[in-house]
Design a protein around this ligand. Structure first.
Ligand code: AMP
Length: 550
């Protein structure tokens, strides 16, 4: 892959390709007894350890070989976070095939589109997703077989499903005598499609090398900071951007892994946090909302939970404060995207911040943070000119690095890079210390009288107001200013919120002219397949909305 010149004097170090199979081999050999605990689709709790996980992964790899799976073939999964999914992660990528994780929250039509686009040969699925398989099977001629991730006695008896195979039968029928093949580290390892709110989803095709580098970098103390002393519960799904790499970084570090399966409600999560002495977790803000509501309503505390990474959308400062001040949980605000494997930045303090006040430290931590080594960022104007790092000037955020795509799978969307940089579609500021703060998605920015209003700041202020559960701000048509902000609010159960008082709450917190023109209370915000608020749906819903005239 490298097209760089060779020095006449090359280093004399071993050149062992960086392959995903080496992670599970390492976890087996050095952390073999460390536990993996899963809440299963079957409802019970399953426990085993890294050695057993490795053995079963090798059995599955043998099974895939028997089925004729070759290097580079795409094998899909439609599954929750659980031990069988972890085995599939290692068996598929480890044997040189490509793990294609599918987000079950996508519409079946989108799912059959990406199965066909990826040309998946086999599809492994949790029983929860049987209706999806039934809906797509007739439209996916490339799939040679569907592997139900269950015991034989639970195998669906739907005669209409062609080539239905039983996961546990495959495991039982194959030996764990398997030597992981060695191949070029730049070979494709896994594939994840973007959530595609407009147009077809596009595939980000990761390599073994990019995955290992991302796992190393993201495990560092100012990243996920995963260690052999941690009990890690990834709430973030393995079906979207590989659960932010935790299925790799946890075994790499020897951390205990705790998988929540399909039960992501506050009560189920809280029980698992306590029973399995979880110290570290990761998820999108909407998941924490459910957990924190349950914990507050039942007057509970966490006994071991110390640190969480929140990203995927902006973490509201109010949530960060509640976790830190009420529950003693450190929040690391992280930013990234499917195209970036996903991690780009994480918000932690430097030594120079140690003596700052609580409020000043909080202001640093609210930003999306500092790059991980291996990622570079810059902000540019619409003409591509680089903008200053003054913490105030905002521009289009570009990235480059070893775990960022150079193009989409099969070249969809053409040449996506700008002078070797990937345009993220986010608008951000960068301060003189290199801390980046997202102000908006470029398509969500409100353009008022030729000036830009970032909606994240407005939402953060609204969510700090008592009685506000969730808030989203969108631009709606205004005859004089083109667009003005409309604030949509979901109230906490039983709470009253006075519209004018809420609008007065913005005074002094943002530029006066940014203040929303109006507030509408709604029952729920539409969420997309990855837990993000679907602002395009809200814009559609409120496109005829008449703002009050001053
Ligand atoms: P996805 O590819 O589905 O993971 O979405 C990536 C997008 O999510 C980014 O380009 C951002 O717009 C948004 N995003 C991710 N993390 C954050 C964050 N911490 N704050 C604000 N937006 C975020």
């Amino acid at each position: 892959m490298s097209s760089y010149p060779k020095s006449p004097l090359m280093g004399q170090m071993m050149s062992k390709p960086m392959l995903i199979s080496s992670i599970i081999e390492h976890a087996d050999r050095y952390f073999g007894k460390n536990e993996i605990v899963s809440r299963r689709v079957e409802g019970d709790i399953h426990r085993y350890n890294y050695s057993e996980c490795h053995r079963r992964s090798k059995r599955l790899a043998n099974a895939l070989r028997q089925l004729g799976v070759q290097l580079g073939d795409r094998i899909a999964t439609l599954a929750w976070n659980g031990y069988r999914h972890l085995e599939a992660y290692y068996a598929i990528s480890g044997s040189g095939a490509v793990l294609h994780t599918i987000n079950p929250r996508l519409h079946p039509e989108q799912i059959s589109y990406i199965v066909n686009h990826a040309e998946d040969q086999y599809l492994l699925f949790d029983l929860t997703f049987l209706p999806i398989i039934q809906a797509i099977a007739a439209h996916c001629p490339c799939v040679k077989g569907y592997i139900a991730m269950c015991d034989r006695d639970r195998l669906p008896t739907d005669g209409k499903l062609p080539n239905l195979l039983c996961y546990e039968d495959l495991i039982d029928a194959n030996s764990d005598d398997f030597v992981w093949p060695v191949f070029d580290e730049n070979s494709a390892s896994s594939l994840c499609y973007t959530s595609g709110t407009t147009g077809h989803p596009k595939g980000a095709l990761y390599s073994h090398r990019s995955t290992i580098l991302h796992s190393y970098a993201s495990s560092m103390p100012d990243g996920l900071n995963v260690s052999a002393r941690d009990s890690v519960l990834p709430v973030v799904p393995m079906f979207h951007v590989n659960a932010w790499g935790l299925p790799y970084s946890a075994p790499l570090s020897g951390a205990k892994l705790v998988f929540p399966g399909p039960q992501l409600d506050g009560k189920s999560l809280y029980e698992l946090f306590e029973q399995e002495q979880v110290t570290f977790s990761a998820g999108v803000p909407t998941v924490w909302l459910g957990l924190l509501t349950y914990v507050a309503q039942n007057d509970l505390k966490f006994s071991t939970f110390k640190r969480t990474v929140i990203g995927g959308s902006a973490c509201p400062p109010a949530m960060m404060k509640t976790l830190r001040l009420t529950y003693g949980v450190e929040v690391v605000h992280a930013w990234g995207m499917t195209e970036m494997s996903p991690l780009g930045t994480a918000g932690t303090l430097m030594a120079k911040h140690r003596d700052l006040s609580e409020e000043e430290q909080q202001a640093v931590l609210e930003k999306q943070g500092h790059v991980l080594y291996g990622v570079e960022i810059k902000i540019v104007d619409d003409a591509g000119q680089e903008l200053p790092w003054d913490g105030k000037t905002y521009g289009n955020l570009l990235v480059r690095g070893s775990w960022i795509i150079s193009s989409y799978f099969k070249g969809e969307g053409g040449d996506v890079l700008q002078d070797g940089w990937f345009p993220t579609g986010d608008v951000a500021t960068i301060d003189p210390d290199g801390y980046m703060q997202i102000t908006d998605r470029s398509k969500d920015v409100i353009k008022s009288g030729g000036e830009w209003i970032g909606t994240i700041d407005l939402e953060n202020v609204a969510m700090a107001y008592p009685g506000v559960l969730q808030a989203a701000c969108i631009g709606v048509f205004h005859p004089k200013w083109d667009e003005r902000p409309l604030l949509l609010v979901v109230r906490k159960p039983g709470a009253e919120v006075d519209k004018q008082a809420l609008l007065r709450f913005f005074d002094g917190k943002i530029a006066k002219w940014w203040t929303p023109d109006d507030v509408v209370f709604i029952d729920a915000l539409p969420l997309g397949a990855t837990g993000k608020i679907l602002k395009n749906k809200l814009r559609e819903q409120f496109k005829e909305y008449h703002l009050p005239t001053a």
